[in-house]
Write a new protein. Structure first.
Length: 89
């Protein structure tokens, strides 16, 4: 949800504030650009939870597969955020 919220909010702020928002960084853009760090943190927690679920056989098989897919999607999205420069300080 946070990943989708970041994309929607980023596009919304760019559309409403104009192209110079990446240079001037108003408060709305500062809040938006802080979300990728939250996405990365949640991805790490989800991945760790998924690994623990497989190791100790928490939940049913279907739930573990679902959690693993979410972790993989989070890792792929975080990698894209890193590649595009959103996760650099």
């Amino acid at each position: 949800g946070v990943s989708l919220g970041f994309v929607v909010l980023f596009v919304f702020v760019l559309e409403t504030e104009g192209d110079l928002t990446l240079l001037t960084r108003p408060l709305s853009m500062q809040v938006t650009l802080s979300l990728p760090f939250l996405v990365a943190a949640l991805t790490l927690v989800t991945t760790a939870g998924s690994l623990l679920a497989w190791r100790y056989r928490y939940w049913s098989l279907a739930t573990r597969i679902h959690q693993t897919i979410l972790a993989l999607l989070g890792l792929a999205f975080s990698w894209q955020l890193w590649t595009l420069g959103f996760l650099t300080p």
